[in-house]
Design a protein around this ligand. Structure first.
Ligand code: SAH
Ligand code: SF4
Length: 407
């Protein structure tokens, strides 16, 4: 197990070398505060509240990473904020791994005193659907014509350092839970990646999937805090965000209470056709079996045309037979939910005792499930060569042939 502490690392951004120091600042981050909280900060520094809006614009729209570079604020105000112990404090990209398929995987320094990093992934063409999860394909063409904007990419975001859930097929589980990320650390991954790719929010559409390291619904308040920042301050649409949970019923019930203006779409990691198999591959199923998860999901009021996604990882010889596909079809139909299924061929990882599905198995499963009347998509694995694909996020820092790592 390797932990990449932030020893001084130099990373390349637009040919500029950026130095990230291991010395941790004791200053408080402004990044992560919403407009009202920023207004309170500037009022505390003796300035009118509207300067908080300017500060929010600089942090979240102009993506300024250094307090001194926020030139919309007067120099004395910047100096006063610094003297009061504030800094921008946005998580920075510490290391970049580039895949042959265009995917990039980043180690993002959280900026906390513990020097921990998390992983974020940029998929230039998504991974098989407009939301990067196969959802909403049907709305894509129509929307693109109306707004004239084009879909740029999908960003896969982490919500915790490691994960406590212990799914048997997942590499992130091997880390255990190191700690929760703050709302600023979750939103900061997105803003740093948008900045790296010079994305113009509003003109180019970006999909977010909260499917990186960690279980978002076991860090619920910070996860939703990040969503609110990304919607209200950064300007991204919640309808282009999807959160995936392993089936944390308490979290799904809270999620059902969120107003639609800030609610991402929901994906449930089903991964098995019944409780017996699911409890083997996902021990969390013993606490919250399939029916309790479905009861909670039914409480989430879907928008018109919205569907819940069920993710289904195909483990060779364990969950990938055609009979199991039919069982999944019956199970999904029984829920009565507007739903679709995303199939993911299992991505291998060191020390995980499963097999990839045999050639043709994914397709046979897809056809058998489709024949049950369930919309079904296959998620393309992105960035497998750099350990960026689903379930491979474990802060793997060693170089592999064909992998470009800019340090
Ligand atoms: N913790 C959340 C979100 C992150 S995992 C959850 O489990 O839903 C995102 C998806 O990757 C989940 O559907 C999970 O089942 C899947 N996954 C985990 N390990 C995988 C692997 N090795 N290969 C393919 N998919 C995997
Ligand atoms: Fe955690 Fe999701 Fe991996 Fe399960 S699949 S261990 S919930 S990250």
């Amino acid at each position: 197990m390797k932990y990449s502490r932030l020893s001084p690392i130099v990373t390349q951004k637009n040919s500029k070398l950026v130095r990230i120091d291991s010395e941790k600042s004791s200053r408080s981050p402004l990044f992560g505060l919403d407009a009202a909280e920023l207004a309170a900060v500037v009022v505390g520094a003796g300035e009118p509240a509207f300067r908080g809006r300017q500060l929010a614009q600089a942090l979240y729209r102009q993506r300024v990473a250094d307090l001194d570079a926020i030139t919309t604020l007067s120099k004395p105000l910047r100096q006063r904020l610094a003297a009061e112990g504030w800094q921008v404090g946005r998580p920075g990209i510490a290391q970049v791994f580039q895949s042959v398929d265009g995917t990039e995987r980043y180690l993002v320094g959280c900026g906390g005193a513990d020097g921990l990093t998390v992983e974020t992934v940029w998929m230039p063409e998504g991974d098989g659907g407009e939301a990067g999860d196969g959802s909403g394909i049907e709305a894509e063409g129509a929307e693109a014509n109306v707004s004239g904007s084009r879909t740029r990419a999908t960003i896969c975001v982490s919500s915790q350092v490691g994960c406590a859930v212990n799914c048997q097929f997942c590499l992130t589980a091997k880390l255990g839970l190191q700690r929760n990320l703050s709302a600023g650390e979750i939103a900061g991954q997105v803003v740093s990646v948008l900045d790296r790719h010079s994305v113009e929010v509003g003109r180019e559409r970006v999909n977010l999937v909260f499917m990186g390291m960690g279980e978002p619904f076991l860090n619920y308040a910070n996860f939703m805090g990040a969503v609110r920042l990304l919607v209200n301050e950064v300007g991204l649409s919640p309808q282009r965000m999807t959160v995936s949970t392993s089936g944390i019923v308490s979290g799904i019930e809270q999620f059902a209470l969120e107003p639609p203006e800030v609610r991402p779409k929901l994906a449930i990691s089903l991964n098995a056709p019944n409780d017996k198999v699911r409890s083997q591959v996902m021990p969390i199923n013993r606490k919250w079996p399939i029916e309790t998860v479905m009861d909670a999901v039914r409480k989430v009021k879907l928008r018109p045309r919205e569907r819940v996604t069920f993710e289904y990882v195909l483990l060779g010889g364990v969950t990938d037979s055609e009979e199991q596909a039919r069982e999944v079809g019956r199970l999904v139909r029984r829920t009565g939910l507007a739903a679709k299924v995303n199939l993911i061929a299992w991505n291998p990882g060191p020390g995980i005792p499963y097999e990839m599905p045999e050639a043709g198995a994914v397709d046979r499963f897809r056809v058998a499930l489709g024949a049950e009347g369930i919309p079904v998509y296959v998620r393309r694995p992105r960035g497998r060569d750099i350990f960026a694909a689903c379930g491979q996020l474990k802060r793997t820092v060693e170089d592999r042939p064909g992998v470009t790592s800019t340090k």
